[in-house]
Design a protein around this ligand. Structure first.
Ligand code: NAD
Length: 464
């Protein structure tokens, strides 16, 4: 069997036990580009058993050796960067330049950071008369979405391996080819059989079987809040560890002293990147009344410039969902400034870059995650930072956000009032070592850096 046709279990490639497959579609032209195994409970069980068998030896491997192994994976990612970018473009539809700069490049950074952390992290500390050991949790079930297909895999697998855990990955059904490529890279890096296993398949079948498997010690899930709630309930009932990275509806708060043009242009670009399919996207732009009309004009012009440069959304279902939200925004009285629900092309799952003005906090487009290229502009009364704060914090989500002001200290002071896991100050750039994760219904736990590593550890105290 050619590697790309199979699942990777116990160090070997194989079809699903049932022989069933799932088609993979290129969202830019709607063509079927591949078929992957539709794994089920039997395949998940084989993968979990392989991970369990591999666990004791990997847990006992010195951190420096674990670091070298993760370093080899990092080098494999770097060597196959172009192939990764091409695969993400083919199955997700991201424009080639974005696939290179983000989808292929960020996982290399993150894998590199865990190669370093595995070597330097303190797995043992003295607290009073105790020695506290940080030990691996065990077998990890990782369930990932399609929007940043490789990043989300690496952000779980690299820290899990660094901690000494072994992994079974169930990637999203829309983007399994990137996951297969990752499994090839892991295999070529020389990881012992069973340390990393890949089961492709449908969420309610393979994903659910993995989340429910009694020999999985920790479930790390990234995806929708609806599925996250189910997985949290299953894990709770079994008293097993769970990490949830869920949806968002992040606010981009532009304070009266900010450079308006910069804040609006960067804000629109932040939403349009990856065709709006970013959980941390700043989909609500908050502007003070005095400069609101100017902001609306700037945002409309910025979105209109995107034209053909934006990729499709991932699937027909996702396109229908995004268009439905745009129609709902119009029905509820939001003013369409750019874009709209109509199809910009005959072929491919494209959505127009869309800007809504006169959005009020109670509207659906101000409350629900759309996961498409749609930005909503909301107004707060001049100088009334309390109102801006109330609007920004007024959703069930709390993943990320942005604050812009004339000086960083003013923006940072406001950012401290936001109930979210991350806030970018005046356009601060992505930090692969900063903990990423949600307050409120955006999730439980953190990914990236040392905080992300700690998710895969449990502590044992010895008193002397
Ligand atoms: P989804 O929840 O439908 O699917 C995510 C993963 O879960 C997929 O692998 C899917 O197959 C699997 N799954 C689906 N049903 C399952 C079930 N019953 N049991 C077990 N697994 C199941 O979400 P999606 O549509 O793939 O991704 C989009 C959503 O993910 C958005 O809401 C977005 O905000 C969120 N997301 C969050 C983050 C974050 O870090 N917070 C990152 C990316 C995406």
């Amino acid at each position: 069997m050619k590697a790309h046709d199979g699942m990777y279990i116990a160090g070997a490639w194989r079809p699903a036990a049932t022989g069933d497959t799932i088609p993979v579609v290129n969202p830019a032209d709607e063509q079927v580009i591949a078929h992957v195994p539709a794994g089920g409970a039997q395949d998940v069980d084989a993968a979990v058993r392989a991970a369990r068998t591999a666990f004791p030896a990997w847990a006992a491997t010195p951190p420096a050796e674990r670091a070298a192994t993760i370093g080899a994976v990092r080098d494999g990612l770097a060597a196959r960067k172009d192939e990764i970018a091409g695969t993400v473009t083919a199955e997700l539809g991201a424009p080639p330049a974005f696939s290179q700069a983000v989808h292929a490049a960020v996982p290399i950074l993150v894998a590199g950071s865990y190669a370093e952390l595995a070597a330097t992290y303190s797995f043992e500390e003295r607290v009073g008369n105790s020695t506290v050991y940080a030990e691996p949790v065990g077998v990890v079930g990782a369930i990932t979405p399609w929007n940043y297909p490789l990043h989300q895999i690496v952000a779980k697998v690299a820290p899990a391996l660094a901690a000494g855990c072994t992994v079974v990955l169930k990637p999203a059904e829309n983007t399994p080819l990137t996951a297969q490529l990752f499994a090839e890279i892991v295999h070529d890096a020389g990881l012992p059989a069973g340390m990393f296993n890949l089961v492709t398949g449908l969420g309610p079948v393979a994903g659910q079987a993995l989340a429910e498997h009694e020999d999985v010690d920790l479930v790390s899930f990234t995806g929708s809040t609806a599925v996250g709630k189910q997985i949290g309930a299953v894990a709770g009932a079994a008293v097993k560890r769970v990490a949830l990275e869920l949806g968002g509806k992040s606010a981009n708060v532009i304070l009266p002293s900010a450079d308006l043009a910069k804040a609006v242009n960067v804000g629109v670009a932040n939403v349009m990147a990856n065709s709006g399919q970013t959980c941390s996207a700043w989909t609500r732009m908050l502007v003070d009344a005095a400069r609101y009309d100017e902001a609306v004009e700037l945002a409309g012009a910025a979105a209109a410039k995107y034209g053909d440069r934006i990729g499709p959304v991932v699937s027909e279902r996702q396109r229908a969902r995004v268009r439905g939200y745009i129609e709902r925004g119009i029905e509820e009285g939001a003013r369409l400034v750019a874009g709209g629900p109509d199809a910009p092309r005959d072929r491919g799952y494209y959505v127009r870059p869309t800007v809504f003005a006169d959005v009020t906090p109670d509207m659906t487009v101000a409350q629900e995650e759309i996961f498409g290229p749609v930005v909503s502009l909301l107004r707060y009364e001049d100088e009334d930072e309390d109102e801006a704060e109330a609007i920004a914090n007024g959703t069930v989500y709390g993943l990320a956000g942005a604050v812009w002001a004339g000086d960083e200290a003013e923006a940072a002071a406001f950012a401290r009032r936001l109930h979210t896991g991350q806030v970018d100050i005046n356009g601060g750039s992505f930090n692969p070592l900063a903990p990423f994760g949600g307050y409120k219904q955006s999730g439980v736990g953190r990914e990236l850096g040392a905080h992300g590593l700690a998710e895969y550890l449990q502590t044992k105290s010895l008193q002397f």
